[in-house]
Design a protein around this ligand. Sequence first.
Ligand code: ASP
Length: 352
Amino acid sequence: MSLDAPKTSKLLCAVLFFLLLISGREAAAQSEERGVALVIHGGAGTILPGNMTPDLEQEYQDKLTEALRAGYAVLERGGASLDAVITSIQILEASPLFNAGVGAVFTSEGTVELDASLMNGAGRQAGAVAGVAHVKSPIALARLVMEASPHVMMVGAGAEAFAREHGQEMVENEYFHTDRRRKQLEQIQQREQSGSNGDAHLLNVPGYSEPIEQKYGTVGAVALDRAGNLAAGTSTGGMTNKRFGRVGDAPIIGAGTYADNATCAVSATGHGEYYIRGVLAYDVAAMMRYAGLGLAQAANAVIHGTLTEMGGTGGLIALDREGHIAMPFNTAGMYRGYIDTAGNLVIKIYRD
Ligand code: ASP
C-alpha cells in the first residue's frame, strides 16, 4: 500500500506535533524540578587550627551557616540568584569576622576602603565599586551601578555621590573599624619598620606568618536559581596595609568575580594582584568554554596551576548550571560552605 502525498504530510505533521508536545512537557518538568545551589566564602589564608580558639571557630561556623541559610531561602522560594548572592554577602559584610564591610582591613593610612562587584550570568550584566569609604553595603551599591546606571564600575567620590543620589545608607568610616584589624595593621607596620618584613603588605612573603589573623578575608557568593540563572558577587576591604587608592581584584570583573550561564559563576579571594594579572575568575570560565573542561578541573587548574605557578596565594568558589561545586585554594585554609542541589549544607575552614 502506498500513501499519497497529502496523507504523508498530514501523518508527518501529526508525528511532529506529538514529539514537540512530549519534549515540551519534559522541558517544563525539568525546569520545575531544577535544583538550586549556593556557595559562599569568607576568605582564604593562614587559617590554622592552632590560631583558632574553639569559640572563634564556632562563631565563624555560625555566621557562615546564617549567610548560607538566608541566601538559600531566597532561592528556595523561587528568588533570583542575584538576590541570593546579595543576601548572603550582606550578612557577611555586617559581621566583624570578615574582611568586608564592618571588620574590613585598614589601609596604610588607618582608613577603610572597600571594593565590591556583582555579575549576572543570564545577560552578563555587571556592576562594581572601588575605593568607597562611607557606603554601608558596597555589594548593594555594585548592584545599583549595574541596574541604575549605564556603567559597570564606579570609584571613590563619584561612586559615593551616586550612592547618595539613590538613597543608599551612608556611614562614617569608623563604622567599619574594629580593634582586631587595627592591631593587625600595627603589627604589620611594626614589622615593616623593623625591617623584618619590608614587603609585609604583600603578605605572601615566604616565612611570613601572621599569628593573629588569616591573611585574607574577602567574602563572596555564587548562586544557581530555579530558572537556571547563575550569579556571582564579591566584597572586600582589600589587603591590610594596602596603599590608599589601591584597588584589588574583587571589583574587577573577570579577575575576582565572573558569571556566565554558558559556563559558571566564580568569586575569588587571595592576593588580588595575581588575580588581576591572571584574569583568574574568567580563566575558569574560559577553560570550560574553550577547552571543554569540567568545573572542578577548570577551577583546580586555575588555583593549583596558574595561580600557584605565578607565585600567588588564594582560592575561589565556583558553581555551574548543573549545580557542580568547586572550592579550591592553595593556602592553609579558606572559610567556605555550600548548600547543594540536594539540600546538603556543608561548612569547611581548613584543608580536607
Ligand atoms: N582579593 C582581595 C584583594 O586583593 C583580598 C582578599 O581576598 O582578602 O583585595
